[in-house]
Design a protein around this ligand. Structure first.
Ligand code: HSE
Length: 430
């Protein structure tokens, strides 16, 4: 049998320990699939005393020394965060090592620089686990769909928020109660900011958009709203129009005469219950892809968890190890399209708006006039109740987001409008 390929593991939390265990349990199969055995050269951690299950001779606090060691072939990074990981990965590339990472924040911020460094060194950079955990998604975008033209990628890429919104729909509870339940059951972190405010989903959206549209997109290009303002009323109103509320990461190519652009946004939205993403419940993830030739594709599965995420890491590890055995680097990513990021204000969206109004002649006309004044076309209007307690439920056609939000601001000022009780964007309606 030929010499083993040596792997440096950076980080040994939930995912790292699952990677270590699976490497050991599946050693025979992995050797057969790769053509050479894989051996762990070292595990870099901050506190070796916290890892009694890892053989002591493998543990080190010197991550830089480990990734640049002559006998290391491949680096697996499951530490997370920007620094020191960014510097470690650049050092690994410079030393000629291929890298597998699960680091969405880093790839969303510095993907272009890291890919350039990997390409210069003639090595691989794979990061399937960075978006939607176990779901094979980045390789399909990078490779399987590389011959097609993608129009849209719409995903539920954050399990915590999907769990919270699912529970709000099931129980009628508000956001605060649903978050408390998610925290108690371990679906939400003690500090849930990254999840509930959409930062996690925005980083993933940036990665998806970059790959889908061959364009550099970073997290700062992504418009972001979280779910903390979603109310029980929003969820109930959604159900009334045959919709459900989801936190969506939406990446789309917007076609325009002046040139195409890429609009990338993360926000809660109503989607029809008949849409494939509507049935994605609990902490699951799913991504819906629309391509010119392939049509509609749906990827579904576990977006988090030690073993599930380790599956994606090991899939990448096998890919880069096979390339190493063959003496080649796999396909990189291309950013040749260089499409500009479209600001949310100019991105076409649709709104659902619920208004409490007095049921008097002329009220609907003045409300409709406000939409018309901003160039927003109304698709449907429904009135519930009458007298002082009437509610107008309006769904618009597509219009620039700035026009829709200006309409809502103007509605709030109208004497006939007692209150705007629910505003959410709507996606997936024909
Ligand atoms: N915190 C993420 C989620 C998983 O709730 O889906 C890791 O990206």
């Amino acid at each position: 049998m030929s010499d083993p390929l040596k792997v440096a593991l950076l980080g040994c939390g939930t995912v790292g320990s699952a990677v270590l265990r699976l490497l050991e349990e599946q050693a025979g199969d992995l050797t057969a699939r790769i053509g050479r055995p894989v051996e762990v050269a070292g595990v870099a951690v901050r506190r070796p005393d916290r890892h009694p299950d890892v053989p002591a001779h493998l543990l080190t606090t010197d991550a830089h020394g480990l990734v640049t060691r002559d006998d290391v072939d491949l680096v697996v990074e499951v530490i997370g965060g920007i620094e020191p990981v960014r510097s470690l990965l650049l050092a690994a590339f410079e030393a000629g090592k291929s890298v597998v990472s699960a680091n969405k924040a880093l790839l969303a911020d510095d993907g272009v620089e890291l890919h350039a460094a990997a390409a210069k060194a003639g090595v691989d950079l794979y990061y399937e686990a960075a978006v939607a955990g176990a779901i094979p998604l980045l390789r399909p975008l990078r490779e399987s769909l590389a011959g097609d033209q993608l129009r849209r990628v719409v995903g539920i890429v954050n399990g915590t928020t999907n769990y919270i919104l699912s529970r709000m729909a099931e129980t009628g509870h508000g956001f605060t109660e649903a978050l408390a339940e998610a925290t108690e059951l371990g679906y939400a972190e003690a500090d849930p900011t990254a999840d509930v405010d959409g930062f996690d989903a925005a980083a993933k959206a940036a990665i998806l958009a970059s790959l889908a549209f061959h364009t550099p997109v970073s997290a700062t290009d992504v418009y972001r709203e979280g779910i903390s303002a979603v109310t029980a009323t929003d969820v109930a109103r959604a159900a009334e129009i045959g919709c459900t509320v989801k936190l969506l990461a939406i990446c789309e190519r917007v076609l325009a005469d002046g040139g195409d652009s890429v609009a990338v946004r993360v926000h809660p939205a109503m989607i029809p219950t008949t849409h494939p993403l509507a049935s994605v419940g609990g902490a699951f993830n799913a991504v819906f892809v629309e391509a010119e030739a392939a049509g509609q594709l749906m990827f579904y599965g576990q977006g988090a968890g030690g073993d599930a995420t380790a599956s994606a890491v090991l899939g990448d590890l096998v890919a880069v190890a096979r390339n190493r055995v063959a003496g080649v680097a796999g396909p990189g990513v291309t950013t040749y399209a260089g499409l500009p990021a479209r600001p949310i204000a100019e991105t076409p969206t649709r709104y659902h708006v619920s208004l409490d109004v007095a049921d008097k002649p002329g009220v609907l006309a003045t409300v409709a006039q406000e939409f018309a004044r901003h160039g927003v076309s109304i698709a449907t209007v429904r009135q519930d109740g009458h007298g002082d307690a009437a509610t107008l439920v309006i769904v618009t056609h597509s219009a620039p987001d700035a026009a829709l939000s200006a309409t809502v601001t103007a509605l709030r000022e109208m004497p006939a409008v007692r209150g705007v009780t629910s505003i959410l964007r709507v996606e997936g309606l024909s």
